[in-house]
Design a protein around this ligand. Structure first.
Ligand SMILES: [Zn+2]
Length: 130
């Protein structure tokens, strides 16, 4: 997706939205029924120079997910992928072993979703069993 900047702000209507990096960004994230406050450093976003409205990018969401994963001490997407490959499991077989849907394994490995505590534990147990 290519975008021309500055682009129009859907909040105030001014054409003053530009990409920027926030030094620190704090937010509350709901994850499996719990709310966690996380602080993200160097967060890429789009922001409106007129009203200050923030627009999140796929890369913003990825960084926020990373921050949550770190806070919870969960395995990273790369660690999950490496673990699955070291056990020579397809995503489908891996999904069955840890009780996930295989398309969620894909989304987990791509950093789109953050695993539940139960799933994180199951993945670690898999490592100990083999
Ligand atoms: Zn605006």
């Amino acid at each position: 997706m290519t975008r021309q900047f500055p682009s129009r702000c859907s909040s105030c209507g001014e054409q003053k939205v530009n990409p920027t990096i926030l030094d620190t960004y704090s937010c509350n994230i709901k994850h499996y029924g719990h709310i966690y406050s996380v602080v993200v450093k160097d967060l890429p976003v789009l922001s409106c120079g007129s009203c200050g409205e923030l627009y999140f990018l796929a890369s913003s969401d990825e960084k926020i997910s990373d921050a949550l994963r770190n806070k919870l001490g969960f395995l990273s997407p790369a660690e999950v992928t490496n673990l699955r490959k070291s056990l020579k499991l397809s995503r489908y077989a891996f999904a069955n072993k840890v009780g996930m849907r295989s398309n969620n394994v894909k989304r987990l490995e791509e950093g789109i979703i953050v695993q539940s505590r139960r799933t994180d534990k199951k993945i670690r147990e898999l490592l100990q069993k083999e």
